[in-house]
Design a protein around this ligand. Sequence first.
Ligand code: DAK
Length: 259
Amino acid sequence: MTPPYETILIEDIGRVGLIRFNRPKAFNALNSTMIAEIMDALEAYDRHPDIGAIVLTGNERAFAAGADIKEMASESAVSILQRDHISTFDRIMHIRKPVIAAVSGWCLGGGNELAMSCDMIVASESALFGQPEINLGVIPGAGGTQRLTRAIGKALAMEMVLNDRRLTAEEALRFGLINHVVPVERYLEEALALAQSIAERAPLALRFGKEAVNHAFESFLSDGLADERRAFYFCFASEDQKEGMQAFMEKRNPAWKGR
Ligand code: DAK
């Protein structure tokens, strides 16, 4: 798969790779082409030596209004299992560089699941987060019941999954689903600034830090602690650790090499 893509736009901004969803008429509903293209672009940026962080965004009115219902409506249990295109989302878990979702407007169903698969979320004041699958006679299928519950707790997750309770950006911030809420005109700029700031940092330490935080969701505390400690020790095998500590003592900015 090579750019230009059909359903997304990509742009390199400094050390940040920006991926914009581009199905505005369908509120960026995620069809199979779009999901495949998003993952392809993410993986290409993950391999790109000059990119340090990635931002996923939609537009002011919609991050994404969910999986494409029109594409999904005629599926049978067997055909949807065989195509299994939504499980393509799982590939985000293997992206090593930090991924930030810049969310405005509708962030529903598979859209919210995609945002929650990212490492951080910056939202505009108009963002609305929800898992409305219950209205369609189904449940979230791409991590919604799991990531949402881990992020905001059982009580509220139940209300969102069972009764289509939607969260405003302010609520999402208060309940720990997202990182920042900013005015609509600035949400992308703020997400890019956060990504740029992260992208300037020591690449190996970023990779280990991301892996270690994610491990917290998948392990017992003792396993997570042991894994974190190993990664911490391993940082001392890098030139960046020498440089970072030397620069601190010399009261100058470090020059990262990513090795
Ligand atoms: N799919 C397809 N088209 C959509 C869409 C969607 N999710 N959301 C909006 N659109 C389209 C509308 O059909 C309409 O198209 P036209 O009729 O103009 O052709 C256009 O976008 C504008 O939408 P509305 O006319 O409805 O605009 P409103 O402002 O009145 O309402 C809305 C905006 C976002 C509240 C509304 O469109 C809405 O409720 N949309 C559906 C939201 C939703 O239910 N999302 C969850 C989808 S289910 C799986 C894992 C996960 C999933 C599936 C499978 N596996 C592991 C296999 C995920 C499932 C979902 O996400």
